[in-house]
Design a protein around this ligand. Structure first.
Ligand code: SF4
Length: 75
């Protein structure tokens, strides 16, 4: 999965969702501290690097990334 092309922040879907490669750079007020792709239920990759997100088929997102569709993983 790490070999999937990385989602670009310039990608139209990424822009629509406010996706950023590094969650700490997001200025979106909806982001809660500590939320990243790793603890989002749509992320199926490894805890670091890049991995698949169900919202970006065929691409990979940054484990440290974030977007407005972040939904906390069920414990
Ligand atoms: Fe990251 Fe979740 Fe947004 Fe996908 S839906 S980009 S895993 S925060």
């Amino acid at each position: 999965a790490d070999d999937l092309p990385h989602v670009s922040e310039a990608d139209p879907t990424a822009k629509a969702l406010g996706y950023v490669e590094d969650a700490s750079t997001s200025k979106d007020p909806k982001r809660k501290p500590g939320d990243t792709c790793v603890n989002c239920q749509f992320y199926t990759g490894a805890p670091s690097g890049y991995g698949p997100c169900q919202l970006f088929p065929g691409k990979s997102v940054s484990a440290k990334g974030w977007c407005i569709s972040h939904t906390a993983k069920q414990a």
